[in-house]
Ligand binder design. Structure first.
Ligand SMILES: Cc1cc2nc3c(=O)[nH]c(=O)nc-3n(C[C@H](O)[C@H](O)[C@H](O)COP(=O)(O)OP(=O)(O)OC[C@H]3O[C@@H](n4cnc5c(N)ncnc54)[C@H](O)[C@@H]3O)c2cc1C
Length: 398
């Protein structure tokens, strides 16, 4: 330990896959391992790491743990917390502990569960035991297109209401499709108001039956066409378009601000139209690509950051989107977390008592307030007033 008492965890990137136990379906990894690298490393074992954020070629398992990340396939498989068996943590006072167990559930309070999604406020993960998921025996990927967002949204609700849980159920609006299709060549219809990607997996007979049911529901709800990927190459192309959607925005404007809220699935169509109206009113382009199956919206506010005063509009529109999502019974974040920017909105969702209870948990891990002190919880008495925006350095709008 250095003479000033600080703790140096490592000077390396901590990006090693330490151990893969195929028989027990557990891998120990360091937090700097890139999500997609773990899945690539597992190729041929019949196993994979299920959480697959669309940023998976760049984001780390440590970041996934920090935010309790989701991803297209988390609709069926569950978000990161479900796939973390144990985590070695350096606590804010420098102690090293392991939360959770490789096998079964740990006895007592689920501190592992509290840590995952803690956004680094409860300590730093230095090794993570992740659960590995068997590759499904059969997968069917369907591409549905619709002439209205309402029809696509109704299809999402109808599929879930029918008792099916696809492994993925993703929606892209026309603006996103038109941005991504020219270079992804995914086969999305440029004139459709919305396209849905529905993926089903499991035993072949069940998958075939569910695919028929999804097709029927989609047609009943107004789908113009239903295409099933004929082979792995076509499936990969359909997904390439979805995963490249954010990057494609650069062909429209140089910057975007990505929001992340959750709303009830049954309110999708009206909230999307509200989001687009908010964007328009602020002189921004509103685009939507999101995990529709769990109602996790990702409105993109697209703009030219060289325009004077534009960030005021971006922030104001963002706040209106948050308020709209909460008004229909939604929550502040589905998977990206609260971080710095959204902590000022926490009093819109939580009462002062709720926030005080969360503060108690945080203080139990970090009484000195040294671990990501400015994140998640608002400062002060949390009396229900939203606070000013934090200072965010220029040039951080992706
Ligand atoms: C194009 C794009 C698509 C995205 N798609 C998705 C998606 O589908 N699903 C999704 O969930 N998110 C998505 N995200 C958001 C983001 O990529 C994820 O939240 C991801 O999990 C963050 O990982 P990171 O490595 O970038 O972490 P960082 O941004 O570096 O960190 C995230 C948080 O975790 C904390 N943290 C990092 N490492 C540790 C550690 N070792 N111990 C404790 N805390 C730690 C950090 O302090 C921070 O609060 C997307 C982002 C982009 C830009």
């Amino acid at each position: 330990m250095p003479s000033d008492g600080s703790v140096v965890i490592s000077t390396t990137r901590m990006n090693r896959i330490l151990e893969v136990d195929v028989e027990r379906r557990i891998a120990w990894v360091e937090p700097g391992v890139i999500n997609l690298e773990l899945t690539r490393h597992l190729a041929g074992t019949g196993l994979h790491f299920a959480p697959d954020p669309s940023s998976q070629s760049a984001c780390t398992i440590g970041g996934n743990v920090g935010t309790n990340a989701g991803g297209p396939h988390c609709l069926l498989y569950g978000v990161t917390s479900v796939h973390v068996a144990a985590v070695e943590v350096v606590l804010p006072d420098g102690d090293v502990v392991v939360l959770g167990e490789e096998e079964g559930d740990a006895v007592g309070y689920d501190l592992r569960g509290a840590f995952v999604g803690g956004e680094g406020t409860l300590g730093i993960a230095t090794r993570i035991a992740v659960r590995l998921t068997p590759d499904p025996p059969d997968v069917r990927t369907m591409l549905l297109d619709f002439m209205t967002i309402e029809e696509a949204a109704d299809t999402v609700s109808a599929v879930i209401a029918a008792g099916m849980v696809p492994s993925a159920l993703e929606l892209m609006d026309q603006q996103v499709v038109q941005a991504v299709e020219p270079f992804a060549n995914a086969g999305y219809s440029l004139d459709a108001a919305a396209v849905l990607i529905v993926e089903l997996d499991g035993l072949p007979a069940g998958v075939a039956q569910e695919a028929e049911a999804v097709e029927l529901l989609a047609l009943q709800n107004g789908a113009r066409s239903v295409r099933v990927a004929a082979d792995e190459e076509e499936r990969a192309r359909i997904w390439k378009g979805r995963k490249a959607a954010f990057g494609a925005i650069a062909t429209i404007k140089p910057a975007y601000y990505l929001h992340d809220t959750v709303i009830p699935r049954t309110r999708l169509a009206e909230v999307i139209s509200g989001v687009n109206a908010i964007a328009e009113r602020h002189g921004l382009i509103g685009m939507n690509v999101f995990h529709a199956g769990d109602g996790n919206l990702h409105p993109l506010l697209v703009f030219d950051d060289r325009e004077p005063g534009i960030m005021d509009h971006v922030y104001a529109a963002g706040e209106e989107i948050v308020r709209l999502s909460l008004e229909v019974g939604g929550v502040l974040s589905g998977e990206h977390g609260i971080g710095l920017e959204k902590r000022r909105f926490m009093p819109l969702l939580f009462s002062p008592e709720d926030l005080a209870a969360q503060r108690l948990l945080r203080d139990a891990f970090d009484p000195e307030g040294v671990s990501n002190p400015d994140k998640v919880l608002p400062d002060g008495p949390s009396c229900g007033e939203i606070q000013d925006l934090p200072e965010v350095p220029e040039g951080t709008w992706v």
